[in-house]
Design a binder for this molecule. Sequence first.
Ligand SMILES: [Fe+2]
Length: 165
Amino acid sequence: MVETMTNVKNMDIGLGAKNRKHVAQALKIFLADTYTLYLKTQNYHWNVKGKLFQPLHQEFEKQYRELAEAVDTIAEQIRALGLSAPGSYKSFAQMTSIDEADDSNVIKAEEMINQLTQDNETVIKNAGNALKIAQDAEDEGSADLLIERIRSHEKTAWMLRSFTA
Ligand SMILES: [Fe+2]
């Protein structure tokens, strides 16, 4: 995505335009990951079957609702840095490293749990990379957001793992 510097040059939140743009780029990728995981978790909320239907249907709902809130917070942080927030499946698909759910092959509940556990772990690692960029830019606001997201995904991964332990 091409972003001109003209719309960020007059801001003064204590961060240079270059740093804001750099951090916002990392947040855009993190937004794409979060949105893709949000949609995938909701997909599994809809399509889960079997003995664990009720608890997983509920757990996945809790998770996708939390992810929906996070998506909004991340996008608005990008705006707070003076950049535009991506919001299309096309740009999210280009930026994310999370594999979408395969609608042509509805998988078993256990496989859903395994996939979502790994996806949350991927998001934790990607958030860690974005955090390093925010810390290097001395962008405390974005760093704080990312730390909170890492903690949340760590908890989610633990809860998912516990279903099959
Ligand atoms: Fe529902």
